[in-house]
Ligand binder design. Structure first.
Ligand code: SF4
Length: 486
């Protein structure tokens, strides 16, 4: 696809809009003017000229055009007007109407909340529906989620922070995975050294947090699959948190138990005995053929076993992750997954929509979002929404990613009082997240403002091990960041 951006600077916005409809297409942005005849690529024109907006799409079979004469002087509004005009042409071209309208950002609820604060909920809902072309069902979802997110955000302290601990190892690599996680087959031998250094980094981070006067509120141990570690290694990492941080204000500690095939009675016992209440066991699907198709070497029976074991061990706050749109899954199959989850009765269920990133091994066979895969996944997500509401779950956080099937969303649903605070804090960017481990990104947030700065850890375990001292030094930036704002 060739995208012409002429007389304005909304390159990013227009390219993102094209991606809503053609997520996997190579898009070449051209700034020069000049009509081109159709060759083998769709031509998209976005022009601001003589105080009017003109948008045009030329394909092999048709030419579609629209013009907006009354253009706002405000740049943001002008960009919105252009996006709406182009959106209209794409809907005509494809017959597909994305439910989040022209919204391309990852945090629609954050925008909704900002509008609520400035102008009230009615204005926010109307703006979403009328100006951003968000469907009524997604407006309701955003409003409902915002209510719960806002209540959680209120609990963040002025200098509160959350700790993220990364365990970037997995038994095997799922075909849709785009994380840096390494299979233990490839990187398992690095684990002992990795754990030694991770424990040191946790201790060092605790010193930095203390010096900066920060208060630990939540901890999330994720990955990867933290339960890839042995029970003893897990115990050392969790101990390192309790031994080094002041945990008197910590209200939540989550360990992602992830892949059911890594869960053992000993590991659950270690997690529980260290005071961790919340774990996540992620079936992704309860259909064994789909599990095989995505390269997860476990069965749905193992998920059920892991869940029963976790209950026996005494866990009272368990999340389950499932994914809509997995290769070879069907609407009936997805319903079956939901039914199994309801039977196992977790406290929260996170419904992801498959997102196909370039870094994954999965080859996306569809041409565009509006093909049958997009429609199927949309039906799956609609089914989940209805069923979850009927079973007493409510949405409490929501985010979107690029290249999601059907341009949909990931939503965390929970029973009243079982929301994961960390998920909200990180998505909203409410407060600082200090990250330890390979692939971790520390994100510092100004206590009374919006300034955000990041510190990146090395991505891969072998880099983390080799560059550890140098990487640790970067954490001192946390102190200089807070000195600026205290
Ligand atoms: S379990 Fe998660 S992190 Fe590990 S390979 Fe699968 S998707 Fe990636």
């Amino acid at each position: 696809m060739k995208l012409f951006v002429i007389g304005h600077d909304f390159d990013y916005e227009m390219e993102s809009l094209c991606r809503l409809f053609f997520p996997n297409e190579k898009i070449t942005v051209l700034k020069e003017n000049g009509e081109e005849a159709f060759t083998d690529q769709t031509l998209v024109y976005t022009v601001f000229d003589e105080n009017a907006i003109t948008v045009k799409i030329i394909t092999e079979n048709e030419t579609l055009c629209d013009r907006v004469e009354e253009v706002s002087a405000d740049e943001k509004e002008k960009s919105r007007q252009m996006a709406v005009a182009l959106f209209g042409l794409f809907v005509k071209l494809t017959g597909f109407t994305p439910k989040w309208g022209i919204l391309t950002g990852v945090r629609p609820v954050k925008l909704f909340r900002r509008l609520c604060k400035s102008s009230g909920i009615i204005y926010a809902a109307n703006y979403f529906r009328d100006k951003l072309l968000v469907s009524q069902e997604k407006v309701s979802l955003a409003a409902e989620t915002n209510g719960r997110e806002s209540a959680i955000i209120e609990t963040s302290l002025r200098k509160g922070f959350s700790l993220y601990i990364s365990i970037p190892f997995c038994p095997t690599r799922c075909s849709y995975c785009s994380f840096v996680s390494q299979s233990i087959e490839r990187a398992g031998k690095l684990i002992p050294q990795y754990v030694d250094l991770l424990v040191k980094e946790i201790a060092y981070t605790a010193q930095i947090a203390k010096q900066a006067g920060l208060t630990l509120q939540t901890v999330y141990m994720g990955g990867g699959t933290p339960t890839t570690l042995s029970a003893e290694q897990m115990g050392r990492v969790i101990d390192a948190v309790y031994e080094n941080f002041d945990t008197s204000n910590m209200t939540e500690f989550t360990v992602e138990a992830g892949r059911p095939d890594t869960i053992t009675p000993e590991k659950l016992q270690v997690i529980k005995s260290h005071g961790v209440e919340r774990i996540s066991i992620n079936p992704q699907t309860f259909n064994d053929s789909v599990l095989r198709a995505i390269g997860r070497k476990h069965t749905s029976a193992q998920t059920i076993e892991a869940m029963l074991l976790a209950r026996q061990t005494g866990f009272s706050n368990i999340n389950m992750d499932i994914i809509a749109g997995l290769p070879t899954d069907t609407l009936e199959g997805f319903r079956h997954t939901l039914d199994c989850c309801f039977e196992l009765d977790p406290e929260s269920i996170t419904v992801h929509t498959l997102s196909i990133k370039r870094a994954s091994n999965l080859v996306y066979t569809g041409q565009a979002e509006y093909n049958s895969e997009g429609i199927l996944v949309s039906d799956m997500v609609d089914t989940a929404t209805k069923e979850l509401f009927d079973h007493g779950f409510r949405p409490y956080y929501l985010y979107r990613q690029t290249r999601m099937l059907g341009n949909l969303e990931n939503t965390g649903w929970s029973k009243e009082g079982s929301e994961c605070l960390y998920n909200v804090f990180i998505m909203d960017e409410t407060h600082t997240i200090l990250a330890c481990g390979a692939g971790g990104v520390t994100k510092m947030r100004q206590p009374d403002g919006d300034v955000i700065e990041r510190i990146f850890n090395y991505k891969f375990p072998y880099e983390y091990i080799n560059g550890f001292d140098q990487m640790l030094k970067r954490k001192e930036k946390v102190l200089s960041f807070y000195e600026k704002f205290d």
